[in-house]
Design a protein around this ligand. Structure first.
Ligand SMILES: NC(=O)c1ccc[n+]([C@@H]2O[C@H](COP(=O)([O-])OP(=O)(O)OC[C@H]3O[C@@H](n4cnc5c(N)ncnc54)[C@H](OP(=O)(O)O)[C@@H]3O)[C@@H](O)[C@H]2O)c1
Length: 278
């Protein structure tokens, strides 16, 4: 059984979803990308994250192909560019995303990062799309603690379902301040780049733990993120073998000794560290 996380509005999402950045950029890769997403869905990784930015709609089109005939099985998340966060432009951007995805609604629509557009207007845009049935829920991405506090003061801002942020062994910045704030306000964090795009070191504690357990370093790194029960992750895999490896992580529970060894190589921040983004 896939672990799930409950969002404030009541939606249950799987803790292990699928990312899609860099998909839809190369025609020759499309078949593998569609197959990887479909394999993930069949194995229960039914949450799919995308953005209008990815491949300028290309990633959304790959997903559209992967979910044809099975829209009801997936929880679709897309993101609006900050430059489209105004009320009118957001409607157009959302409709374009829906067309690329081949669906008439998104489960969750996120502001990709903070923009010059006021949060009031952005929330108004989200609410108008909700009313029109084009999105079910809304949220944000790359918001630091001060952005979240401001959102909480914005009318209807507390309708936010999640904040999608960068977090992995080498990016522990949200520990302490943002994670604590999010927990106190019932906001599960949606984690992106949990594998640091494959750039984590192969040796050290990570390598030793992986070797001792007979798993890969990437599996240990993903299990480390998933040790938090109130986060959900969207690793991107365009190869079926990687999808399977990521699924294998659900059985890995790191011990206190292993976590302490990882803390030595990847020290947690002291106090609140500033926002990091990719
Ligand atoms: N909100 C934002 O600003 C933001 C920013 C970045 C990302 N995101 C979202 O988060 C998703 C994930 O982040 P990401 O794509 O940046 O990085 P990531 O998931 O940390 O890493 C993806 C890379 O790791 C590889 N990989 C996947 N599983 C693996 C495994 N088990 N072993 C070894 N390598 C593996 C993939 O290879 P293959 O593709 O070859 O399988 C790909 O090259 C994105 O796709 C996107 O949906 C959001």
């Amino acid at each position: 059984m896939m672990r799930t996380v409950r969002l404030p509005g009541g939606d249950e999402v799987v803790a292990l979803g699928q990312g899609t950045w860099r998909m839809g950029e190369r025609r020759g890769a499309r078949k593998d990308e569609v197959a990887a997403l479909q394999h993930g869905i069949a194995c229960g990784m039914t949450l799919i994250d995308t953005a209008e930015m990815y491949g300028s709609g290309g990633a959304e089109k790959v997903i559209g192909e992967a979910i044809r005939g099975q829209r009801d099985k997936v929880y679709l998340v897309s993101k609006v560019l900050p430059s489209n966060a105004g009320r009118k432009r957001m409607k157009r951007a959302c409709e374009k995303s829906l067309k690329c995805l081949g669906t008439d609604y998104l489960d969750l629509y996120l502001l990709h990062w903070r923009s010059g557009v006021s949060l009031d207007e952005t929330i108004e845009g989200f609410l108008a799309l909700q009313e029109a049935g084009k999105i079910r829920r809304f949220g944000v991405s790359n918001f630091d603690i001060d952005d979240m506090k401001e959102l909480w003061e914005t009318p209807d801002g507390q309708g936010c379902q999640t904040n999608q942020i960068l977090y992995n062994l080498s990016r522990r910045w949200p520990e302490g301040a943002l994670m604590d704030w999010s927990r106190r306000h019932g906001q599960p964090l949606m984690i992106y780049s949990p594998l640091e795009q494959g750039r984590l070191p192969a040796g050290g504690a990570l390598g030793a733990i992986a070797a001792a357990r007979g798993v890969t370093t990437m599996q240990v790194a993903l299990a480390w993120v998933l040790r938090h029960e109130d986060v959900f992750v969207v690793p991107k895999a365009s190869r079926i073998a990687h999808v399977d490896e990521n699924l294998g992580v659900l059985d890995i529970v790191l011990t206190d000794d292993e976590l302490a060894a990882l803390d030595k190589d990847f020290p947690p921040p002291e106090g609140g560290a500033p926002l990091e983004i990719l």
